[in-house]
Design a protein around this ligand. Structure first.
Ligand SMILES: NC(=O)C1=CN([C@@H]2O[C@H](COP(=O)(O)OP(=O)(O)OC[C@H]3O[C@@H](n4cnc5c(N)ncnc54)[C@H](OP(=O)(O)O)[C@@H]3O)[C@@H](O)[C@H]2O)C=CC1
Ligand SMILES: Nc1c(N[C@@H]2O[C@H](COP(=O)(O)O)[C@@H](O)[C@H]2O)[nH]c(=O)[nH]c1=O
Length: 593
């Protein structure tokens, strides 16, 4: 569905009369500012359009497209209605018709050319679009940059916010693009569904009376808003006690919206036989529980059609990882304070929506929105980020993020450092090659790869070390018989894994045996070992050189110094050293040729 809207009027730059009194240079600057302001307006509109289908596109992104004529007027709009429907760009181009010739297309996100489907790119090319402005690159690694490259190779000018366009207005517009696809971006980075904790509380901070009665704290208008929030989610989750206490329905009743699944988390499985959640007329329910809990009740639930999933350890993280693997994009937590505290503690909650009603209920033991977090000083309190305040009927809605929306796909090292480490790498456009296990396509880059090196030992004599891991030792040169034995044990370990294991356990048991200058020399030690490895094996050298232009990342989720970490939080020093070596080898081969 494409909408037509009146042409945008943006006030920017001087009046014609004023303009004549200024220099050409100033005019150029003003035009630049003017186009930036216009770009920001249209990108924000594209994000607004994309948001119209929140909940329906899951687990795919929300896409919106605005096509503006050469003079900056809106000619056509479109958004992706649901997964598998016609792309936003196709709809916008159709709506704009001939007005799109030489126009500019504004996309909140780079299209994902899924499985070779180039419909979005083709629509823009065929419509005669001259320039494309993109709010965000695609956050998924395998799709990132593909459509941008395709558009550029067709001769279209492509400007990406934050890369080719900068400034305050542009930054704000980029933020709106991040917000509209926050679930996808957060999910991709944290490997759990985007989780929102929502609650309604009285002005004195209670989510129920001390009797447990809670209907209702917030107004009807606020509760309608909650139906919308449910409609944007793949699932709504509550704890066993909320089921016992409230007998909730947890359906989205705002009309025509997407209906989320319902999830109950209960350790005891001490749940009522009669409950609205076992009524499947609108949508079904999944109960997650502790392995072995009330087997007979499990059978009873199964007979009602309720899916029961058992966990060895029932905690919010395990449960969310499970639903991530089942493809869930976003989950709304509507539980009480007990489960909310467990979810916050395990780091799965990304965003909070708190409806505050102007009423006071009191009660020393009345439940509060978040139970025990183990904090004792106010300085430990979790600060919300990007906080919004909105009046909803008589209530106040306060929302904000508990974790920042992550950089979609971190380039490690950062964009600024990349050029210094290896000038062949172009920030943004570079491919990232991950390696970790030795059987990975680039597994030979791992220190566990079975490639022996010849390097001097403590006495300066050259010795053979079965792998880089055998050589990289913290105890070399320490004047202690235990350290000397340790060095020999690691050196003669049967495998790199065994060498690493012995080293780790020695360090745990006798940290005083680690050489005192280790922290200041370890990068140099590793660099020398890698230089040897990639010099003496020609096929490893060619493999390294063949990756020129790509960012190399050791995908270790545990080692945050040598590896890139699970979510890009690691420093990736192994990858950095390999890129540095690659650049040196390439430099040498250029000077020798
Ligand atoms: N105003 C509002 O927005 C809301 C108010 N409420 C009110 O809150 C009260 C209920 O609060 P509360 O008891 O905190 O309810 P919760 O929804 O937090 O339920 C707690 C239960 O969650 C289950 N659970 C499963 N795994 C875990 C885990 N790892 N950690 C903690 N709990 C787990 C347990 O169920 P089991 O015992 O079955 O094993 C536990 O008893 C009610 O009065 C209700 O009306 C509830 C939701 C929203
Ligand atoms: N009391 C309370 C809320 N309570 C939440 O809503 C659930 C009931 O949903 P349903 O049965 O679908 O209407 C309940 O179990 C609890 O999770 N929500 C609010 O927005 N405002 C309120 O005042």
């Amino acid at each position: 569905m494409a909408l037509s809207s009146p042409p945008m009027r943006v006030s920017c730059g001087p009046t014609p009369a004023a303009a004549t009194t200024r220099s050409n240079n100033n005019n150029k600057n003003n035009n630049f500012l003017c186009s930036h302001a216009l770009d920001a307006v249209h990108i924000r509109r594209a994000a607004e359009l994309a948001d119209k289908s929140a909940g329906f596109t899951s687990p795919h992104p929300n896409f919106g497209c605005v096509i503006a004529t050469q003079s900056g007027k809106v000619a056509g709009e479109g958004f992706l209605y649901a997964q598998g429907t016609r792309p936003a760009e196709v709809l916008a181009a159709e709506a704009a018709g001939n007005f799109s010739r030489r126009g500019t297309a504004y996309l909140n996100m780079e299209p994902g050319d899924c499985h070779g489907d180039h419909a979005a790119v083709s629509a823009l090319v065929q419509a005669g679009i001259e320039r494309v402005v993109i709010g965000l690159r695609h956050p998924l690694q395998h799709l990132r940059g593909n459509s941008i490259r395709a558009l550029r190779s067709e001769g279209l000018q492509v400007h990406v916010l934050g890369e080719d366009l900068n400034g305050k207005l542009i930054e704000e517009a980029r933020k709106s693009c991040l917000l509209v696809n926050a679930p996808l971006i957060c999910r991709a980075a944290s490997r759990v569904p985007f989780s929102v904790l929502k609650y309604a509380m009285t002005l004195d901070g209670k989510i129920a009376a001390s009797s447990g009665h809670a209907s209702w704290i917030s107004s009807r208008t606020s509760r309608n808003r909650v139906f919308e929030l449910r409609g944007r989610s793949d699932a709504v989750i509550v704890g066993g006690n909320t089921v016992r206490r409230d007998n909730p329905r947890l359906t989205a009743r705002h009309g025509g919206g997407h209906m989320p699944m319902r999830i109950v988390m209960s350790q005891t499985l001490d749940l009522p036989e009669e409950a609205n959640l076992w009524d499947f007329s609108d949508v079904s329910t999944i109960v997650v529980t502790q392995r072995g809990a009330r087997k007979r009740f499990q059978k009873f639930l199964a007979s009602k059609g309720v899916e029961v999933v058992e966990f060895d350890i029932l905690n919010p993280r395990e449960v969310m990882e499970y639903f991530h693997d089942r493809g869930y994009l976003s989950v709304l937590w509507e539980c009480g304070g007990t489960l909310a505290a467990a979810a916050i503690s395990s780091g799965v909650i990304h965003k909070v929506f708190a409806f505050v009603a102007p009423k006071i209920i009191g009660g020393k033991n009345a439940p509060t929105p978040v139970g025990e977090l183990g904090m004792v000083e106010m300085s430990q309190a979790l600060d919300l980020i990007d906080v919004c305040y909105e009046q909803v009927g008589p209530d106040m809605l306060i929302s904000g993020f508990l974790q920042p929306i992550p950089d979609a796909t971190p380039v490690i090292p950062s964009v600024d450092e990349t050029y210094e480490i290896d000038p062949t790498v172009t920030p943004y456009e570079s491919r990232i090659i991950f390696f970790y296990k030795t059987w990975d396509p680039y597994g030979a880059f791992s220190n566990f790869s079975p490639h022996a090196i010849k390097m001097p030992d403590a006495s300066g004599d050259y010795a053979t070390w079965l792998s880089v891991e055998h050589y990289y030792q913290k105890f070399v040169g320490v004047d202690d018989p235990v350290a000397r034995d340790g060095v020999e044990n690691i050196k003669s370990a049967k495998s790199p894994e065994e060498a690493a294991r012995i080293g780790r356990s020695m360090q745990r048991q006798q940290p005083d045996l680690v050489r005192s200058d280790w922290e200041s020399v370890k990068i140099e030690v590793m660099y020398r070992a890698l230089k040897c490895k990639f010099s003496i094996y020609p096929h490893l050298n060619s493999m390294l050189l063949s990756t020129a232009g790509s960012v190399l990342v050791e995908a270790s989720p545990h080692d945050l110094f040598w590896g890139g970490g699970r979510d890009g939080e690691g420093l990736n020093y192994l990858g950095r050293l390999l890129m540095q070596l690659r650049s040196e080898f390439l430099g040498e081969s250029h000077t020798s040729s």
